[in-house]
Design a protein around this ligand. Structure first.
Ligand SMILES: *[C@@H]1O[C@H](CO)[C@@H](O)[C@H](O)[C@H]1NC(C)=O
Ligand SMILES: *[C@@H]1O[C@H](CO)[C@@H](O)[C@H](O)[C@H]1NC(C)=O
Ligand SMILES: *[C@@H]1O[C@H](CO)[C@@H](O)[C@H](O)[C@H]1NC(C)=O
Length: 324
């Protein structure tokens, strides 16, 4: 198997050298088995990801929710069976929960948090911290952590809905594997959530090498409205278009405009991929300022040329101000 991985690495490397676009890279990724793809992703992680001890973690202690209902923010931990819930969450305001990805933490949302609370200030805003479960290898995280974290978040949302909090007022913002957690959570509720913003949701083991299907990964039916922003399709990001609305920056493929290769080494390629992946968060954060408008326009291919008739095909704003 390591041979297979080396081959892929060599290919990734060379296509990056020759400046080939991400869709070429995507063609290669599709030919790999799940475990080969997962191992490839693990091989970029230094120190290597955790392999054992999944069972020793306790969900109630290792999945945490920090919420603020004020601007400037004052985050407080909210427990999944919190007796002070009504003091920590203002039930008359909407609720937004941001969910980080694999080998990541809520720090990835530092800019998001600051700007969300500045521009969408009448809201409860929470960060879901599942770091302990995100430290495992890619396959364990995708197959075991993601459903478990979704189960925990589902239980919390179920509880607040029983306390008469309308789930239509809940928005989940998930980056990478956080986008998959958002989807699975929505599925458990089934479809009662208001909104999911999936920022370049994770692709490996969800959409490729094979699509595991709408009952096990993000889908448009997971909330009343699902917006997906694609920035690294079929490499680290999800491939298939699965949102109610899909925004494809640079056709959704790596490399994104600011993510230029510096030299062509393997590490460099990993950094460029990471940059393209995170570009989805950047786009979403940039558009939180109502003055900053980024539009998506639906186009079709006619005899090999791209046709974008704005009079016929829908056009909408990326981010929270989309007309839907
Ligand atoms: C909850 O939010 C409403 C609307 O902004 C506000 O009027 C009210 O004072 C808030 N309640 C608490 C307890 O902060
Ligand atoms: C956060 O915003 C600052 C200033 O715009 C920018 O330099 C930085 O790269 C951003 N960080 C992330 C993680 O996007
Ligand atoms: C709340 O958001 C509105 C709309 O963006 C803005 O005009 C106002 O200044 C914000 N208030 C605070 C306290 O940040």
């Amino acid at each position: 198997m390591s041979k297979v991985v080396n081959l892929l690495v060599a290919f990734l490397c060379c296509t990056a050298f020759s400046g080939a676009r991400g869709d070429k890279l995507a063609d290669v990724v599709l030919t790999f088995s799940e475990s080969a793809l997962a191992s490839l992703l693990d091989s970029y992680i230094d120190p290597p990801p955790r392999k054992t001890g999944f069972e020793t973690l306790v969900p109630q202690q290792n999945i945490r929710l920090y919420c603020t209902k004020t601007s400037p923010p004052q985050f407080q931990e909210v427990f999944f069976n919190d007796v002070d819930l009504t003091k920590k969450i203002n039930f008359t305001l909407p609720l937004t929960i941001a969910i980080h990805g694999w080998r990541d933490s809520s720090q990835v949302f530092n800019n998001l948090t600051a700007r969300y609370l500045k521009f969408v200030n009448n809201t409860n805003y929470c960060l879901l911290d599942w770091r302990a479960y995100a430290e495992f290898g890619y396959q364990i995280t995708a197959r075991r952590s993601v459903p478990l974290v979704a189960q925990q978040l589902f239980a919390f949302l179920q509880m607040i809905s029983v306390l008469y909090f309308p789930l239509e007022r809940v928005s989940l913002i998930g980056f990478s594997m956080g986008g998959q957690i958002a989807g699975l959570t929505g599925k458990l509720l089934p479809g009662r959530l208001g909104t999911i913003y999936a920022l370049d949701p994770a692709g490996p083991l969800f959409s490729h090498p094979i699509d595991i299907g709408p009952t096990r990964r993000l889908d448009a039916s997971d909330a009343k409205y699902v917006q997906v922003i694609y920035t690294s399709r079929y490499t680290v990001g999800f491939g298939k278009l699965v949102g109610t609305q899909n925004f494809l920056s640079n056709d959704g493929y790596h490399p994104q405009p600011p993510c230029k290769s510096q030299g062509g080494t393997l590490n460099d390629l990993a950094n460029v991929l990471r940059c393209s992946h995170q570009f989805a968060v950047r786009l979403f954060v940039d558009t939180l300022d109502p003055a900053n408008e980024i539009y998506g326009q639906k186009c079709v291919s006619v005899l090999g040329s791209r046709v974008c008739w704005s009079a016929i095909y829908p056009k909408d704003r990326l981010g929270i101000y989309a007309k839907r």
